[in-house]
Design a protein around this ligand. Structure first.
Ligand SMILES: [Zn+2]
Length: 315
C-alpha cells in the first residue's frame, strides 16, 4: 500500500487473496453528487461526516482477476478512520446499543449459532476459550459466556470495550492474540471493514489452538455488480451494502474466502447440516422457520453464503 498526502491510502494488490491483477469497475467522486445523500443519511445518526476529509479522492471499486472479489482502491487513513469508527453518539443511542436489538429473536439466533458450532467441539463440556474479534457491545460474547466459556474480546472503541468488560468479557490487545490458544475465534461482519484482511487472518490463525476454528462471516455479494451498472446510493440498499463507501472496503466472493484461507494455511471445516438444524424451534413464526431451513442449504449445498469456518487442523 502507498501512503498518500490525502486522508486515504491506496492499495496495490487484492487485500483478500493478495493477487496483483485487477480492473476498475466503478468510479465516482467521494465528495460528488452521486454519494452526497448517501453520506448524509448514513452518517447523520453518528454526528455527521466531515466531507472536507474526502478531498478530491474518488470512490473506486476494483475487481480482482484471481478471486473475483471487489475492493475499494482508496481506503481511509487513520484520521478518517477515527471520524468513521469513533462517532459522537448521543447518550440515547449509546443506551440503545447497550441494550441490543429489542427483538428477542436476535439473542435467540446467537444462542442457536453457538449450539450449532458446539458440534465441532467434542470437549466443549470442559469449557472453551473463545475470542470475539471486534466484540462491539458484546451481545454475542455475553451469550457465549452464558454457555460457560472463557470469553475474550478485542475492541478499539473505549465505550464498547468498557461495557463488554462490565459484562465479564476480558478485553485483550491485538498483539496479545498469538499468546493465546483459542478454540474458537468469532468474526461477525468484521472482515469487510479491514484494511488488510489477509494479514489479519494470518495473525488470528497464530492464536488458534490445535483444533481451533475461525469463523468468518461477511455480507453476501450476489447482485452487487449488476446494481453498480446504475447504482442508487441510499441508506437502505441491500444490493449495494456489501460495497458501502469507506466502510465495506472488501467485498468477498466465496472464492475470495477460500483463497484467503489457503494463503494462510487454513482449510474449510463444514458445519454439518444436521447440527445447524439442531436448534430449530418449531414454535417459531413460519417466516423464521423457513429462513432457518434455508440457511444450511445455502451454506453447505449451494455454497452461496459468505459464512465459513476455517481450521488449521487437517482432520
Ligand atoms: Zn483477490
Amino acid at each position: 500500500m502507498q501512503a498518500s498526502a490525502s486522508q486515504f491510502v491506496t492499495r496495490d494488490t487484492c487485500p483478500m487473496c493478495g493477487g496483483d491483477s485487477y480492473a476498475t469497475i466503478y468510479s465516482t467522486r467521494l465528495a460528488g453528487d452521486a454519494l452526497s445523500t448517501y453520506f448524509e443519511e448514513v452518517f447523520a445518526p453518528r454526528g455527521g461526516l466531515d466531507k472536507g476529509l474526502l478531498g478530491d479522492t474518488n470512490f473506486v471499486l476494483c475487481r480482482c482477476s484471481e478471486c473475483s472479489g471487489l475492493f475499494q482502491l482508496h481506503i481511509p487513513g487513520s484520521e478518517l478512520l477515527q471520524e468513521i469508527y469513533n462517532p459522537n453518539l448521543s447518550a440515547d443511542v449509546i443506551e440503545r446499543k447497550k441494550r441490543g436489538k429489542a427483538d428477542p429473536a436476535a439473542r435467540y439466533r446467537h444462542a442457536a449459532e453457538i449450539i450449532s458450532l458446539l458440534s465441532l467441539f467434542p470437549k466443549a463440556g470442559q469449557g472453551l476459550s473463545v475470542l470475539d474479534y471486534g466484540v462491539g457491545w458484546g451481545h454475542w460474547a455475553v451469550m457465549a459466556k452464558a454457555f460457560g466459556f472463557k470469553v475474550f474480546g478485542t475492541e478499539l472503541d473505549k465505550d464498547r470495550a468498557n461495557f463488554a468488560r462490565q459484562n465479564g468479557i476480558e478485553i485483550i490487545d491485538d498483539e496479545d492474540i498469538p499468546n493465546h490458544a483459542f478454540d474458537l475465534i468469532n468474526t461477525e461482519q468484521v472482515f469487510e471493514h479491514l484494511p488488510k484482511p489477509l494479514e489479519t487472518l494470518r495473525h488470528l490463525s497464530r492464536g488458534l489452538s490445535e483444533d481451533g476454528i475461525i469463523k468468518v462471516s461477511v455480507p453476501n455479494s450476489h447482485g452487487v455488480e449488476r446494481s453498480l451498472s446504475a447504482p442508487e446510493w441510499r441508506k437502505v440498499n441491500e444490493h449495494l451494502n456489501p460495497v458501502a463507501p469507506l466502510e465495506h472496503i472488501n467485498c468477498f466472493k466465496r472464492k475470495s474466502l477460500t483463497l484467503m484461507a489457503q494463503r494462510v494455511g487454513l482449510t474449510e471445516r463444514p458445519l454439518p447440516v444436521i447440527a445447524q438444524y439442531r436448534s430449530i424451534q418449531f414454535s417459531m413464526p413460519l417466516q423464521h422457520l423457513i429462513r432457518e431451513f434455508l440457511v444450511p442449504i445455502n451454506r453447505n449445498i449451494l455454497k452461496r453464503s459468505n459464512y465459513v469456518l476455517l481450521s488449521a487442523s487437517r482432520r
